[in-house]
Design a binder for this molecule. Structure first.
Ligand SMILES: O=C(O)c1cc(C(=O)O)c2c(n1)C(=O)C(=O)c1cc(C(=O)O)[nH]c1-2
Ligand SMILES: [Ca+2]
Length: 798
């Protein structure tokens, strides 16, 4: 079946450009391969392979591994023509034999040698593209390159940037319909106009360029879009001296493509500066900031847009995956585009017109808006979120890291569910103020993204029903930066975790069916493919991205160390490979006998640290998250000369960009700040570990359980609803469970924050039904066991 489809696909595509039959994913990618970031233009991160399934995944074993050097590894591999292709670090490409893991060739994009400011705000490249015997990459400093997939030799190379404005290219390029689609990042540091460029895949010649914010230059592709955008920037985008005041709208991650409609979808990011009063004093929606924009794939001409945060001013972006699927909504089949952007809502749009098709649900805590008005398609904002002109700081949920970031969600056409890596994180935001904490200089905003708000710093894998706009199941994950997701026809969902576990779950109920200890965290999304009739799963391990820089409160107790082994891991059902043993040595701060506390100097050093974006790689509060060395444990901070040499560029080959602009005085203050942080490190680490332990233990009291609960049991045949009615007397618990299948009387006891209760049921045969439950944040959580039928997760609400 699969082989037959693979041979039909090229025929269907060459016969004519617009076949009468709808083009399906099976035609745009060989089912055995994973040739693009989201596998196909639908960006579902779904594979039709089903050899590895819920029954046998427990036997999944390591087939091969490859050791990587330290550096950015939060990237997603590709598989095509029997090879696995990866990018790591700053555009270091490798090709492996997909069956054996043998290294076939390497290519270094040369970014580190050239590195200037582009590297200073750049996390590393997240992915690459493949088509017809070529691998396509964008170096972090903006070169678009085509490589011969057989040899790794350059076929062509072009430079993407028109001027010297700070930019960085981290997102994966895509190849759709013979064109290489390229975006970039930088709207957090520069007012430069965002744009997306389509290059001819054979020659590298520019086909069209689409700007996402208005400007003087109007390309043919931008004619119509420019009209639409300008109306929403009533005071233009320029200062009186002609320099650019406002802009941004970078498309730094997500693109989708519908070959039937011949539409390309662009996920557009935030504006610069964040504060709209500074960016656009006359107000306005400021299109296409924080919008999904559809353009004609051949010409780049504007088709429609949907803005998720009109007039955004809090790093709100629409740069998360746009998943294409066909759903039945109100009885009608609709071709939809689904997005869970940073702002916490889940949007289902008609991808032909941009129409909002159902009331967006909330995937996490959302305080910036109450709901989306279905008549206008606009958010009903909560007061306070427009901080302009108001004193003080406001709590904002989700914070600027978003309820969902670039880590891919996955959609399974079999379950109809979207699997979303969700962040539950609030932040403080207010009008720009002088002093500590302002990491967004010149933005007119004070933003504290890493703050310990109750209920924050949590992460989940959530299964979302896009038709009902409701959560079907969720699993709480360790830390606050969940890994990218992949799902397969085998009924599985694969995802890596910050605690170094790579997990396969049942797509129906989230139950963990298999896991592998990877030593380092896993952030990049896994892929799956088939070679010589055998199915494989590949993932790259190692921290990276904002999760490794800015998530220090929740991630600090986990091992995210820069020194941890990073690898490509490939699994199959009868894999025979093993990993060498690894002993972790807890890092310790360097001896620093001459250190004497000086809070003023530490504060001055902190401002240098924050103002030069050191935290992007070395971590918020200098707590390293694995993107770069944790400086609190580096001997270099006790050696003024070595420190200066490194900050000025001595370790450029390792990926440390030069910061020649930092003065000698600032350098010494910075070094003093790091020495201070080193002194504090051991006690902080212990406190983080104690807090994690306390969070794991339940502190629920007996009376927290009493009363009625609506519970959902995640059984293998789907979610089952019941009502628990509990009475608590001292430590004795009694009650009933009422469900459609009948009632069960329960008895048991409370101990250590949990209740264990059980009862006898006679349908369909005599079995013991037991519950092991705790209460956390007002929610009932635990397990339900049903004799020989198994044990399933339970959640309950009042
Ligand atoms: O505005 C931008 O241009 C831009 C670019 C990038 C990037 O290039 O990775 C990120 C962001 N914004 C951003 O807001 C964000 O939260 C973020 C997280 C990450 C990451 O790699 O983990 N990149 C980016
Ligand atoms: Ca941004």
């Amino acid at each position: 079946m699969a082989a037959a489809l693979a041979t039909i696909a090229p025929l269907a595509l060459t016969a004519c450009n617009r076949p009468a039959q709808p083009i399906t994913d099976l035609m745009t990618a060989d089912p055995d391969e994973w040739p693009s970031w989201g596998r196909t233009g639908s960006e579902t991160h779904y594979s039709p392979l089903d050899e590895i399934d819920t029954d046998n995944v427990a036997d999944l074993k390591l087939a091969w591994h490859y050791d990587l050097e330290p550096g950015y590894t939060a990237s997603t591999p590709l598989m095509a023509e029997g090879k696995v292709f990866i990018t790591t670090g700053h555009s270091h490409i490798r090709a492996f034999d997909a069956e054996t893991g043998k290294l076939l060739w390497e290519y270094d994009g040369g970014t580190r040698e050239r590195a200037k400011s582009a590297l200073q705000m750049s996390w590393g490249s997240k992915g690459i593209a493949y088509n017809k015997g070529h691998v396509f990459l964008v170096t972090t400093d903006g070169y678009v390159v085509s490589l011969d997939a057989e040899t790794g030799k350059e076929a062509w190379k072009v430079y993407d940037y028109p001027d010297d404005s700070p930019r960085n290219s981290n997102g994966a390029p895509r190849v759709f319909d013979g064109k290489v689609i390229v975006g970039f990042g930088g709207a957090d540091i520069s007012p430069a106009r965002g744009f997306v460029t389509a290059y001819d895949e054979n020659t590298g010649k520019k086909v069209w360029r689409f700007y996402t914010t208005p400007g003087d230059a109007v390309t043919p592709a931008n004619k119509k879009a420019e009209e639409v955008m300008r109306k929403t920037w009533p005071s233009g985008w320029k200062n009186e001296d002609g320099t650019r005041r406002g802009g941004g709208g970078t498309a730094w991650n997500a693109f989708s493509y519908d070959p039937d409609l011949n539409m390309l979808y662009i996920g557009v990011g935030n504006g610069f500066p964040y504060n709209r009063d500074k960016r656009s004093p006359g107000g306005g929606d400021n299109l296409f900031l924080a919008s999904v924009v559809a353009v004609d794939a051949d010409t780049g001409q504007y088709k429609w847009h949907y803005q998720v945060c009109p007039g955004e001013q809090w790093d709100c972006t629409a740069t998360t995956d746009m998943t294409l699927a066909t759903l039945k909504i109100d009885g009608k089949e609709r071709k939809v585009l689904m997005q869970a952007p940073k702002n916490g809502f889940f949007y289902v749009l008609d991808r032909k017109t941009g129409e909002l098709l159902n009331q967006p649900g909330k995937i996490a805590k959302v305080t910036w808006a109450d709901h989306i008005d279905m008549k206008t398609g606009r958010p009903v904002e909560n007061p306070g979120i427009r901080y302009n002109g108001k004193p003080g700081m406001f709590e904002m949920w989700p914070g600027p890291t978003g309820a969902h970031s670039w880590m891919p969600q996955a959609y399974s056409p079999n379950t109809g569910l979207v699997y979303i890596p969700v962040l539950e994180n609030g932040a403080l935001i207010g009008e720009g103020q002088e002093g500590g904490g302002e990491i967004t200089r010149g933005m007119g905003v004070t933003l504290i993204p890493e703050v310990d708000l109750p209920g924050g710093h949590r992460s989940f894998l959530k299964a979302w029903d896009p038709v009902k706009q409701a959560e079907v199941w969720k699993v709480e994950l360790p830390g606050s930066w969940p890994g990218g997701v992949m799902t397969s026809a085998g009924g599985l969902v694969f995802e890596g975790q910050i605690d170094g576990k790579f997990v396969a779950r049942d797509a129906k109920n989230g139950k963990e069916l298999w896991s592998f200890k990877t030593v380092s965290p896993v952030v990049g999304a896994p892929i799956t493919y088939r070679m010589n009739g055998k199915q494989y799963v590949t993932v790259i391990t190692g921290a990276g991205g904002q999760g490794a820089g800015m998530q220090t409160i929740a991630d600090a107790p986990y091992r995210t160390d820069y020194r941890l082994p990073r690898r490509v891991l490939t699994f199959t059902l009868d894999g025979k490979d093993t990993l060498p043993p690894f002993t972790y040595t807890e890092p310790t701060p360097p001896d620093d006998p001459t250190y004497k506390p000086d809070p003023k100097r530490s504060q001055a050093g902190f401002m240098v640290y924050a103002g030069n974006a050191c935290l992007v790689c070395h971590g918020w509060n200098a707590v390293g998250g694995g993107a770069a060395p944790d400086l609190r444990y580096s001997p270099v901070i006790t050696d003024a000369d070595a420190f200066k040499a490194i900050v000025h560029g001595a370790l450029k080959p390792n990926g440390m960009p030069p910061f020649p602009q930092i003065s000698d005085k600032d350098l010494e203050d910075l070094r003093f700040y790091l020495r201070t942080r080193a002194q504090q490190a051991p006690a902080e680490k212990k406190a983080a570990m104690d807090k994690l332990k306390a969070a794991k233990a339940s502190n629920a009291k007996p009376q927290d359980f009493a009363g009625k609960w609506n519970i959902v049991i995640q059984s293998p045949v789907g979610p089952q609803k019941a009502v628990l009615d509990l009475k608590v007397d001292g430590n004795v618990v009694t009650g009933t469970a009422k469900a459609d299948q009948g009632d069960v009387d329960l008895t048991g006891a409370f101990k250590d924050g949990r209740i264990k209760i059980e009862g006898k049921a006679s349908m369909p045969m005599p079995i013991t039904i037991a519950y092991d439950l705790t209460v956390k944040d007002g929610e009932l959580q635990g397990e339900n066991s049903n004799g020989p039928f198994g044990t399933f997760p339970v959640t309950g609400t009042r």
